[in-house]
Design a protein around this ligand. Sequence first.
Ligand SMILES: [Zn+2]
Ligand SMILES: [Zn+2]
Length: 244
Amino acid sequence: MKLTVIGHWGAYPEANEATSCYLVEHNGFKLVVDCGSGALSQLQNYCQLHEIDAVLLSHYHHDHIADIGPLQYSWLIAHSLKNTEKVLPIYGHRYDQVEFEKLFKPPHVVSHMYDEQSQLQVGPFKVSFFETDHKATCFAIRLEVDGKVIVYTADSSYMANFHQFAKEADLFICETSFYAHQDGKPYGHMNSIEAGTIANDASVKKLILTHLPHFGDHQQLITEAKTAFTGDVFLAQKGLTIEL
Ligand SMILES: [Zn+2]
Ligand SMILES: [Zn+2]
């Protein structure tokens, strides 16, 4: 399984970058997890848009879905040009009917509602979900293939039981919207110490801090997370690739 960070900003993308978007690949299958602002432009550094096999969305905030509309257009054009005959599946949750219905653009793009109570199979990936504590209904995502596990928090404030969902992940991608001295809870987000605490309690192997703030020195986030977690800690940045 190979992860490539496409976008790592919270809220809005800084110049020439993107908000939340991750490309996860296994045996040629290309899964895009979240598709934020600027994601389509950045994705094309790694693959053709019509080569994407599926899209999985954590929730419907703009910084996670802003480029879904342009992605649908790109598939319309790819079909018109006969670059592909594949239909692109987009998986989203069922707790915002208005946003969910926007995902469906047949015949070239179809939407699927996931049931967060059940395990979902998307290509080679076994996918499970965990409802987070956020301003909108949001699900953390656990991807498993060939004995390797990636857990992505999506957006959440700190939850004492989060570590159970992230348990022994090979790679834990944790939102870190704030610095240690700040309380993210009122905003539905976490700080660096909380990210490290979950990583430690879950005994994950590697921690990536993502959904990064537009202020301060991000290196400080690493220092702070390491006070709670002794494993490897990375800052998400565009093009960061980790093979498991
Ligand atoms: Zn977000
Ligand atoms: Zn959000």
